[in-house]
Design a protein around this ligand. Structure first.
Ligand code: IDP
Ligand code: MG
Length: 150
């Protein structure tokens, strides 16, 4: 089953939107298989956002993501990467469709509330930065028979 990394970013934590964000992803049908609260330090932030190093917004992005504790989670489901990113909406919230997390709850690209892996390959690289294999659970929910086609 496909997995994706989700991060409830500092602005979402400060605005009390953690429950709302996780709830939207969970209600979509995605299964929470790992979750923790942590405060990312500089080194971890730079590793997580290494692909953006050198870009104009990089320093601001590192300052933002390390400015408050965050919640990291691994969500699982069919096409979990695509499902999570569609539920989040486009990176720039003003371009995100209403009904998405960013389209409903955010305005600025630098305060877009949530992170989601952009491919299965990215997810495989991002997840181990936040979770050890022991922290990721393998289980089924009774309701999965009504969400996931076998
Ligand atoms: P994503 O989070 O939708 O995958 P990316 O392009 O990977 O978007 O960018 C990572 C994060 O960097 C964004 O979510 C946003 O927080 C921040 N970011 C991206 N572009 C800009 C920008 O132009 N200005 C400020 N922050 C940006
Ligand atoms: Mg990205």
């Amino acid at each position: 089953m496909e997995r994706t990394l989700v991060v409830v970013k500092p602005d979402a934590m400060q605005r009390g939107l953690a429950g709302e964000i996780i709830s939207r992803l969970e209600r979509r049908g995605l299964r929470i298989v790992a979750m923790k609260m942590l405060h990312m330090d500089d080194a971890m932030a730079k590793k997580h956002y290494a692909v953006h190093e050198g870009k104009s917004f990089f320093e601001g992005l590192i300052k933002y993501i390390t400015s408050s504790p965050i919640i990291a989670a691994v969500l699982e489901g069919p096409k979990a990467v695509e499902a999570a990113r569609n539920t989040m909406g486009k990176t720039a919230p003003t371009e995100a469709t209403p009904g998405t997390i960013r389209g409903d709850l955010a305005l600025e690209i630098g305060y877009n509330l949530v992170h989601g892996s952009d491919s299965q390959e990215t997810a495989k690289n991002e997840i181990p930065l936040f979770f050890t294999p022991e922290e990721i659970f393998t289980y089924e929910r009774d309701i999965d028979q009504w969400i996931i086609e076998s």
